[in-house]
Design a protein around this ligand. Structure first.
Ligand code: ADP
Ligand code: MG
Ligand code: MG
Length: 878
C-alpha cells in the first residue's frame, strides 16, 4: 500500500498541521467552519520529505494522487485545467508546518495559456485582466520553477512602461500586456534554450516539484537556522482555485491582523490594495492602503471580513494573521495563522485574552516565547536627545537601533558577524536579504508597508524596523542614502526608532529598557506557578540592585575576583604572593580585607533580606602577576639604571614568582580551592570580610542577607573539609569579637566531573551545591569555552555533530547526566542539601526545563535574564 499524499481541503483540519503544513491546515479548518475559501487540495509534507530522501525523485503513487486530486477539483468546480471553454486557474502554494513568511515560493494563475486566455477574458468581461494574469503567471513560473532571473522580466516591463510613458503597471492597456506576454514567452524560451513548457498540466507537476525544492533554497536554510526550525520537516503544497483581486475596482487583496501585532492593542490592523493580486501587498511594490479605508470602498466585503476575523480569533483563541482577496465584491479568505508579534504585543494579547476569559493564565504563559522577552529588556532612544529626525517611515517593529549604515545584505552579514553594529538600509528587503537582517541592529526600507517582508521578519526577530520611509533615496550601488540635502554614506552613523518610525542621521544615546504593567502582571503569574527559584549572578551593588528590580530572589553567584584586581589591591596581592613568611603574607592580605568588606557591604545592602552566595577567589594566581616578558624587561631596566637595591630586590622576587607560577594550562592549574589549599590566608581573609560586612549591614539597616559561602573547583571532600575548617574558624572568631552571630551556610560548586561522581561524599560536608555548568561543560567535553567558537565548534554546529552549542544550552545527555547523578547522590547522604545552578545555562529556557525536571531548587543567571528565567521556569511546570 502506498502512502496517502493528497487531501482535499474539506478533508483536513487544524489538528493535521504536521501533515498539511500551517497554511493547508488553516485553509482546511476555515473550510470546515464554513468560511469562504477557494476550493483545492493539499499535497502533504510527507510527500516533500519522501521526495527529498529520494534525492528529488517523487515517491510511488504521488503523481497519480495529484492527478486524482486535480480531477476531483475539476469536477467540483466544473472547470478543467487547460480547458478552452471553462478553464480552471490555480495557485500552487508552499506551506511549512512552522510558518516561514516569504521564505518559500508560490505560483499564481497556473492554467492560463495561449489556449485559455481568451476564455478567461470572456468570462471576466475584461481583456486587460486576462492578459495581466497571463504575464504575471509567466513571470512567477519562470522565476520560481525555471529559475529565470527576475531581471529578465522586470527589465522588459520597465522598458515597455518607458516606451508607453507610464508610471504604473495599471496604466498599461490590454494590448500592451498582450505584447508583453509575447515578449515574456520569447525571453523565457531563450533563457531555457527552447525548452519553455506551455502545457498547464505539465506546468502543475513542475510547480509542485518546485515548491518542494524551495524548502532547500539558501534563504530558507538561513531562516530555519535563525529560528531553530528543523531542516527535515519539509513543506506541504496547496493547490487552490484562483480568486481574483485584480478584476477591477470591486476587487482587492489584503492582509489583516485581529489585533495590532506591534502593540497588542485590540484594534483594526491591516492593509489592502484595490485591483491587485496577492503578492502586490506583501512585496511592497505598491504602497497599500490602511484597512479602515476598505469600509468605504468595499462595504460588504469589509463587514464580512470583520465578522470572519472575530470568528477566527475566537475559534483559535489567539490573535490571527490573515490573508484575503475580494473578487467582484465577494470576500475569500486565503490564509490564517497565529500572528507573529512583538514581545510587548505578546504580553498585552496574553493579558487581554486572560481578562476576556478566552484563555487561562497557564495557556497565556505557554504562548509567550521566553527568548522573545529579550526585546523588552532592550534599550530605547534617550528621550532627552535634541536631534531632529531626517525622515519618517512606518513604525514596523519597535525598539531602537544604532549603527553604521550598510546598503547590502552581504556586507551587513560580513560586518555584523564580526560584531560590528550595522543598520541595513534597503529599497525593500527580499527574503534573500535574510542573512544580513539577522546580524543587523535594525532595518530601514524605503518601500513596503507594515506587512512587508522586512517588517514581518524584523518583528519575529525582535529587531527594530522602519519600513516604507518615503522621500528617502537609496542608491545601493553608490552605497548612499539621500534625504533632502542630507547624504548618508556607508559607514555613517544612523539611528532608527522602530516604535515611532523616525530616522536620525546620527548615533543617538540609548536608555535602559522599561518594564511595563503587562510584563509585571504576566510575570506575577509565572511566579505563582513555577517551582524553581530564580536568583542572579551579580558581583557589585549596581548589578545586585538591577537583579532585585527584575525579580531575582537572591544572588546565586557573587564572584570575588574583581575584588583583588583593583589598582589599589594589586600591590597587596603581589606582596602576598611574594611573601617569605606566613606573617608577611598575613600582613599583605590584611590590607585587602577592608576593601573587600566595603564591596560586600554594597552588595549586601542592595540584597538585604535575600540570600547571597559568595564564591571565594577562583582565577589562577598568575592572573594577578605581571606578564613574564614585561617583568623581565622591568628588572633589566632597573639593573641598568642601578636602581635602589630594595626596589630591585622586590621586582626580582616578583619575577621569580612569575616564573615559578607559570602554567601551560592555567584553567586546569592552581585556581579555585587549590589556591586556598596553598594560601589559607586567602579564604580566612575573605570569610572575615564577608562576616564583617554581614554584621555591618545588620547594624546599619536592621536586617542583612542570608549568607552562603561557596568553595569553588572542589573534586574531593578533603578540599571542602579543609576550607570548611578555615572558614568556620574565621567566622567563629568574628562572631565572638562582635558579640553577635547569624546563620552561615558553607557549600561548594560542582564543576568538575569527579566532583559530580563523588557527590555523595562531598555532600556530607556541604550545606549546598551549585552547579558551575560552564566549567563542568568545559571539563566534561574537554572544550575550552574561550576558544571553541573561533574553531571547530562552529563547524560542529554547522555539520550537526552537535545539535546545540553546549555552552548556550546544557548538553542534557552528557553533562546533564552528571548533574542529575550528583543531585541524587548528594541528597542521599544529605537530605537537607540545597541545589542550584549558576552559569550561562541558568538563563537558557531549554536548560531551565531540564533543571526543573532534575529537581533543582533554583537557577541563577545574569540580571537581564532573570525575567526570562522566571517565565521559562513556569513553562517548565505547565
Ligand atoms: P506566502 O507563504 O509567501 O504568504 P502564499 O501562498 O500565501 O505565500 O501566497 C501569497 C499570496 O498569493 C497570498 O497572500 C494571496 O494573496 C495570493 N494567493 C495565493 N493563492 C491564491 C488564490 N488561490 N487566489 C488568489 N490569490 C491567491
Ligand atoms: Mg511568497
Ligand atoms: Mg501567505
Amino acid at each position: 500500500m502506498t502512502d496517502r499524499y493528497v487531501y482535499d481541503l474539506s478533508e483536513g483540519s487544524a489538528e493535521m498541521k504536521p501533515l498539511l503544513g500551517g497554511k493547508g491546515a488553516g485553509v482546511a479548518e476555515m473550510t470546515r467552519l464554513g468560511v469562504p475559501v477557494p476550493d483545492g487540495f493539499t499535497v502533504t509534507t510527507e510527500a516533500c520529505v519522501d521526495t527529498m530522501t529520494r534525492k528529488g525523485e517523487w515517491p510511488e503513487g504521488l503523481d497519480s494522487q495529484v492527478w486524482d486530486g486535480l480531477k476531483r477539483l475539476e469536477e467540483r468546480t466544473g472547470r478543467g485545467l487547460g480547458d478552452v471553454d471553462k478553464p480552471l486557474l490555480v495557485s500552487v502554494r508552499s506551506g511549512a508546518v512552522i510558518s516561514m513568511p516569504g521564505m518559500m515560493d508560490t505560483i499564481l494563475n497556473l492554467g492560463i495559456s495561449d489556449d485559455t486566455v481568451e476564455a478567461v477574458a470572456k468570462e471576466a468581461g475584461n481583456e486587460r485582466f486576462a492578459w495581466d494574469c497571463y504575464r504575471r503567471f509567466i513571470q512567477m513560473y519562470g522565476e520560481v520553477v525555471e529559475g529565470i532571473d527576475a531581471h529578465v522580466y522586470e527589465d522588459a516591463l520597465t522598458a515597455l512602461k518607458e516606451e508607453r510613458g507610464v508610471e504604473s503597471d495599471t496604466d498599461l492597456t490590454a494590448d500592451d500586456l498582450k505584447g508583453l506576454v509575447d515578449t515574456f514567452k520569447k525571453l523565457s524560451n531563450e533563457q531555457l534554450g527552447g525548452n519553455w513548457t506551455t502545457d498547464p498540466r505539465e506546468q502543475l507537476m513542475r510547480a509542485v516539484d518546485a515548491v518542494f525544492r524551495s524548502w532547500l533554497n539558501p534563504r530558507a536554510f538561513v531562516y530555519r537556522k535563525a529560528n531553530k526550525i528543523p531542516d527535515d520537516l519539509g513543506t506541504a503544497v496547496n493547490v487552490m482555485q484562483m480568486v481574483f483581486g485584480n478584476r477591477g475596482d470591486t476587487s482587492a487583496t489584503g492582509v489583516c491582523f485581529t489585533r495590532n501585532p506591534a502593540t497588542g492593542a485590540k484594534e483594526l490592523y491591516g492593509e489592502f490594495l484595490v485591483n491587485a493580486q496577492g503578492e502586490d501587498v506583501v512585496a511592497g511594490i505598491r504602497t497599500p492602503r490602511s484597512l479602515a479605508e476598505m469600509e468605504e470602498v468595499l462595504p460588504e466585503a469589509y463587514r464580512d471580513l470583520i465578522d470572519t476575523m472575530k470568528k477566527m480569533e475566537s475559534h483559535y483563541r489567539d490573535m490571527q494573521d490573515m490573508e484575503f482577496t475580494v473578487e467582484n465584491g465577494k470576500l475569500y479568505l486565503l490564509q490564517t495563522r497565529n500572528g507573529k508579534r512583538t514581545a510587548a504585543a505578546a504580553l498585552k494579547v496574553a493579558r487581554d485574552l486572560v481578562a476576556e476569559g478566552v484563555i487561562t493564565k497557564e495557556e497565556a504563559l505557554m504562548r509567550i516565547e521566553p527568548a522573545q522577552l529579550d526585546q523588552l529588556l532592550h534599550e530605547a532612544i534617550d528621550p532627552n536627545h535634541t536631534e531632529q529626525p531626517v525622515a519618517e517611515g512606518l513604525p514596523a517593529s519597535p525598539g531602537a537601533a544604532v549603527g553604521e549604515a550598510v546598503f547590502d545584505a552581504d556586507v551587513a552579514a560580513e560586518r555584523g558577524a564580526k560584531g560590528e553594529k550595522v543598520v541595513l538600509i534597503r529599497f525593500e528587503t527580499t527574503p534573500d536579504d535574510i542573512h544580513g537582517v539577522i546580524v543587523s541592529q535594525g532595518v530601514l526600507t524605503a518601500h513596503g508597508g507594515m506587512t512587508s517582508h522586512a517588517a514581518v521578519v524584523a518583528r519575529g526577530m525582535g529587531k527594530p524596523c522602519v519600513a516604507g520611509a518615503r522621500g528617502i533615496k537609496i542608491d545601493a550601488k553608490a552605497a548612499t542614502l539621500t534625504i533632502g540635502d542630507t547624504v548618508i554614506h556607508e559607514g555613517d552613523m544612523i539611528t532608527l526608532d522602530g516604535s515611532t518610525g523616525e530616522v536620525f542621521a546620527a548615533g543617538l544615546p540609548l536608555i535602559p529598557p522599561q518594564i511595563n504593567a503587562d510584563f509585571e502582571e504576566v510575570l506575577s503569574w509565572a511566579d505563582e506557578i513555577r517551582h524553581l527559584g530564580v536568583e542572579a549572578n551579580a558581583d557589585n551593588a549596581t548589578d545586585a540592585a538591577k537583579a532585585r528590580e527584575l525579580g531575582a530572589e537572591g544572588i546565586g553567584l557573587c564572584r570575588t575576583e574583581h575584588m583583588f584586581f583593583g589598582a589599589d589591591r594589586l600591590p597587596a596581592m603581589h606582596e602576598m604572593i611574594t611573601a617569605d613568611t606566613p606573617e608577611e603574607r598575613q600582613a599583605a592580605v590584611d590590607k585587602i580585607l577592608p576593601m573587600q568588606q566595603d564591596d560586600f557591604e554594597g552588595i549586601f545592602t542592595a540584597m538585604k533580606g535575600l540570600p547571597v552566595t559568595v564564591r571565594l577567589l577562583d582565577p589562577p594566581l598568575h592572573e594577578f602577576l605581571p606578564n613574564l616578558v614585561e617583568q623581565s624587561l622591568k628588572v633589566q631596566k632597573l639593573e641598568d639604571q642601578g636602581a635602589d637595591p630594595n626596589e630591585l630586590d622586590k621586582e626580582r622576587r616578583l619575577l621569580a614568582q612569575v616564573k615559578k607560577l607559570h602554567e601551560q594550562n592555567p584553567m586546569l592549574g592552581t585556581r579555585g580551592c587549590r589556591l586556598g589549599m596553598l594560601y589559607p590566608e586567602i579564604p580566612d581573609m575573605q570569610a572575615r570580610a564577608i562576616i564583617r560586612a554581614v554584621l555591618a549591614v545588620l547594624k546599619k539597616e536592621g536586617e542583612t542577607v542570608q549568607i552562603n559561602i561557596m568553595i569553588p573547583l572542589v573534586f574531593t571532600p578533603i578540599e571542602l573539609e579543609t576550607h570548611r575548617r578555615i572558614v568556620q574558624q574565621a567566622i567563629d572568631e568574628e562572631f565572638e569579637a562582635a558579640g553577635t552571630k547569624v546563620d552561615v551556610k558553607i557549600g561548594t560548586m560542582i564543576e568538575l566531573p569527579r566532583a559530580a561522581l563523588v557527590a555523595d561524599k562531598i555532600a556530607e560536608v556541604a550545606d549546598f551545591f551549585s552547579f558551575g555548568t560552564n566549567d563542568l561543560t568545559q571539563t566534561t567535553l574537554g572544550i575550552s569555552r574561550d576558544d571553541a567558537e573561533n574553531g571547530f565548534l562552529t563547524e560542529y554546529l554547522r555539520t550537526k555533530v552537535l545539535k546545540d552549542n553546549p555552552f548556550a544550552s546544557i548538553d542534557q545527555e552528557g553533562v546533564g547526566q552528571l548533574v542529575a547523578g550528583a543531585v541524587e547522590k548528594g541528597r542521599k547522604t544529605n537530605p537537607q542539601l540545597n541545589v542550584g545552578v549558576c552559569g550561562e545555562h541558568g538563563g537558557d529556557p531549554d536548560s531551565i526545563h531540564f533543571f526543573n525536571k532534575t529537581g533543582l531548587d533554583y537557577v541563577s543567571c545574569s540580571p537581564f535574564r532573570v525575567p526570562i528565567a522566571r517565565f521559562a521556569a513556569a513553562q517548565a511546570v505547565i
